[in-house]
Design a protein around this ligand. Structure first.
Ligand SMILES: Cc1cc2nc3c(=O)[nH]c(=O)nc-3n(C[C@H](O)[C@H](O)[C@H](O)COP(=O)(O)OP(=O)(O)OC[C@H]3O[C@@H](n4cnc5c(N)ncnc54)[C@H](O)[C@@H]3O)c2cc1C
Length: 242
């Protein structure tokens, strides 16, 4: 039986690119089939820099489908409340998440770190978040840890009494970490990033919860490395998915 002392408290998230087939050349190949037919395969051998203009044009005029011929699979470990928001993204995403029915859930829970702004000011749709005081940080950390300990002890108690995992998990809070594989393409990732990150270049600002933004920022860094021209065109055109 796991004791409360063995709880792991985390203020970060894990994002690993585990598999990818994604490059700027994939966009060019897909776009040029409309004018060059089978010869478009030759484009794969050319320097993608020469095709910067085409990628920018596709992005600017929102010709989106050429950005779908690529694939990125991420392993993500984050609190359940992040996954709840993440899985609202239905189009161009595939998900597989760890099961709370088939395995005992690990005692790993989310506690915001010192950089997380804690206080919300303003009205719905017009919030700003400001720094929390040291006392508020202490209160958040202490209260969450205490609550997690109680919840995980209750989970263990029910399991020890022979209750099924799928029933016992009801006592666990949304701050519990889960893990999943999420597979997307550049187009669906851009749509996600447009909504789930804040960025000075965004033409349409969004106000995502910081924790899903932390996941988005890590995925963005991986994607930027794989598809630098597409990434530059996304930023250059206001971070609106084509
Ligand atoms: C800051 C923020 C706050 C939010 N707050 C809330 C909230 O309070 N409550 C809540 O429930 N959700 C909330 N959401 C979730 C939001 O409503 C969307 O569900 C989520 O952002 C996924 O966006 P999407 O539907 O565009 O993405 P996807 O599901 O990936 O869809 C991509 C695109 O496909 C098209 N599409 C997909 N499905 C359909 C369909 N059935 N009919 C027509 N077109 C379709 C649309 O063009 C859509 O933009 C919030 C999201 C953000 C970013």
């Amino acid at each position: 039986m796991t004791t409360p002392e063995s709880l792991t408290l985390r203020g970060d998230v894990t994002v690993e690119l585990v598999k990818s087939s994604a490059s700027d050349a994939d966009v060019l190949f897909a776009a040029r089939v409309s004018t060059l037919g089978e010869q478009s395969l030759d484009e794969l051998k050319k320097d993608p820099e020469r095709s910067k203009g085409l990628i920018n044009y596709l992005m600017r005029d929102r010709h989106g489908s050429p950005f779908e011929h690529n694939s990125m699979t991420f392993f993500i470990s984050a609190p359940i409340f992040v996954f709840r928001e993440f899985m609202r993204h239905r189009v161009g995403w595939s998900y597989n998440e760890e099961s709370g029915r088939y395995r005992e859930l690990e005692p790993v829970f989310y506690v915001p770190d010192a950089s997380r702004k804690l206080v919300q000011e303003g009205r719905p749709g017009k919030y700003v978040f400001v720094e929390g005081s040291p006392a508020q940080h202490e209160a958040v950390r202490g209260t969450l840890a205490e609550s997690y300990e109680q919840a995980y002890a209750a989970y263990q108690k029910l399991l020890a009494e022979g209750v099924a995992r799928e029933v016992a998990r009801s006592v666990l809070p949304v701050g519990l970490f889960s893990s999943m594989y999420a597979t997307c393409n550049a187009r669906s990732l851009m749509h996600f990033l447009g909504l789930r990150t804040q960025h000075e270049l965004a033409k349409v600002p969004s106000f995502p919860q910081r924790e899903i933004e932390m996941v988005g920022e890590k995925m963005e860094a991986e994607w930027a490395r794989l598809m630098p021209l597409t990434y530059a065109a996304f930023n250059g055109n206001g971070r609106v998915a084509p």
